[in-house]
Write a new protein. Structure first.
Length: 253
């Protein structure tokens, strides 16, 4: 009767009505799997055996020193490592070394100068742009060009782009060295003395004439290279969209 109750309990556990271990007991002292089977199921053969280092005795902190004199004891216990005479009354915070990554992130192999990229974030999301070069910070320098799809020369993280197989021949195009991270930095005006912190400035950002001229120079060289490939101008004008039943991970760009 007891063995039948154990089997009934095991069948209830197998039905999933409550939690059960994988190697449950079929009867008293009889488990579902043997030791060899559980060794295989737990993949114990993949685990590395850690060798336990041999037990070594800790070095002593005190030593016995002989002392002379009639009224002194013959021996004394002396510390091997004396504690400092002076110590700070308050614990100073310990400075933790921060290892900053100074090098720029590695550029993906699918992104080369002239590669057409699809933007996945930002105000120009879904538009196609042409990759020019990688800046020192690791960001990508891209352009629409502006005359084709309205995307100016800007910085984009390679995390938010899809690299396509379409490429533009930019072998004869030289990107100016002035396009660096400092070129895109905006400088906010300083508050005058006595001006309230909560005062909202009505000044809005406006593109300078120098940037407009730089945009025209870059666009002209890229547009000439785009014109050599048929139907590429219309491809850059169109936005990337997904319809019902289309999945990006099944697409070849």
């Amino acid at each position: 009767p007891r063995f039948s109750r154990v089997l009934a309990h095991a069948s209830v556990l197998r039905m999933g009505t409550s939690h059960q271990p994988r190697n449950y007991l079929l009867a008293r002292g009889v488990s579902r799997y043997g030791r060899t089977a559980m060794f295989k199921k737990k993949a114990m053969y993949k685990k590395k055996l850690v060798k336990v280092p041999p037990h070594t005795e800790k070095p002593p902190h005190f030593k016995v020193k002989e002392v002379g004199g009639e009224k002194n004891s013959k021996t004394r216990i002396v510390q091997l490592r004396k504690s400092p005479r002076y110590y700070p009354t308050e614990d100073d915070p310990r400075r933790v070394k921060v290892h900053k990554r100074s090098s720029a992130p590695r550029l993906r192999s699918s992104i080369t100068p002239g590669t057409v990229l699809i933007l996945l974030a930002g105000r120009h999301m879904g538009k196609r742009v042409v990759f020019l070069k990688q800046l020192e910070s690791g960001l990508l320098l891209v352009t629409g060009p502006y005359q084709i799809n309205g995307v100016p020369v800007r910085r984009v993280s390679q995390t938010y782009v899809i690299a396509t197989q379409t490429k533009v021949d930019l072998s004869g195009v030289e990107v100016s060295e002035k396009f660096d991270d400092g070129y895109f930095r905006r400088y906010e005006g300083k508050r005058t003395e006595g001006e309230s912190v909560f005062k909202e400035s009505k000044e809005s950002y406006s593109v300078s004439d120098e940037r407009k001229q730089d945009q025209r120079e870059v666009d002209q060289t890229v547009i000439d290279a785009v014109a050599k490939i048929p139907e590429l101008k219309g491809y850059l004008k169109g936005r990337f969209t997904l319809q019902k039943g289309q999945y990006p991970h099944n697409m070849v760009f």
